[in-house]
Design a protein around this ligand. Structure first.
Ligand code: DGI
Ligand code: FE
Ligand code: FE
Length: 196
């Protein structure tokens, strides 16, 4: 399926704000891919489609995930919006004809991240947070610089902000979000120790 077909389909599934965000993530991911040496076309497709399941209601997300036998963990059950990554990857495969596992992984994990992310996973995770239409959050200017200068540092910074934000709201935190944060913090410390 070419980009114009994807765009046509996606426009029917998303509201205007979410569509504009998706195109923003597509272009931001492309730029990150140029800088960090990832596959630019894959980054564009993953960026464009990452939120393709976002505009379903919570109930629909839960129902569709069950219907398609996607695994649902405790926090996803409590907060089915978290399922839009997994469900998005399912639709990317079935409705947008994306067969590339790297793209599907990046879509699956774009909300929580996961320990040991691929370069493309990190690029989509970061692009989602920094694309130009995002409403300004704390330290976004610093995070945008880090995205192009030190991708792992940027991933940690985003996870830290997200966890702080969720804790301040007493929201249910998915264990993957937390595990990802500690994985990258430990990883960074190990690298620093080894570089002495
Ligand atoms: O879909 P987007 O809005 O573009 O971005 P996203 O897929 O990163 O989703 C953002 C929301 O997800 C944001 O409000 C924070 C929330 N989130 C991320 N990790 C967790 C989480 N929410 C809960 N409850 N638990 C998490 O672990
Ligand atoms: Fe999302
Ligand atoms: Fe998004």
């Amino acid at each position: 399926m070419d980009r114009s077909e994807m765009i046509k389909k996606l426009k029917q599934k998303l509201n205007e704000k979410r569509f504009v965000h998706s195109v923003g993530v597509e272009y931001t991911a492309a730029n990150l891919a140029y800088v960090h040496g990832a596959d630019v076309e894959k980054a564009r497709i993953a960026g464009l489609l990452h939120d393709c399941a976002k505009c379903l209601t919570s109930e629909e997300k839960y129902r569709k995930a069950k219907k398609h036998s996607l695994p649902i963990n405790r926090s996803e059950k409590a907060n089915p919006d978290l399922l839009h990554g997994k469900l998005g990857a399912y639709y990317a495969k079935r409705k947008y004809d994306v067969r590339d596992e790297e793209i599907l992984s990046a879509i699956t994990y774009h909300t929580t991240g996961h320990p040991g992310m691929s370069l493309l996973d990190k690029i989509i995770f970061v692009a989602d947070y920094i694309e130009p239409n995002r409403k300004p959050v704390k330290e976004l200017d610093i995070i945008r610089k880090e995205a192009f200068e030190d991708l792992d540092k940027c991933v940690i910074h985003i996870l830290k902000n997200t966890l702080d934000y969720l804790n301040s709201k007493n929201a249910i935190i998915d264990e993957t979000t937390e595990q990802t944060y500690f994985y990258y913090v430990d990883n960074k410390e190990l690298k620093e120790i080894n570089s002495f």
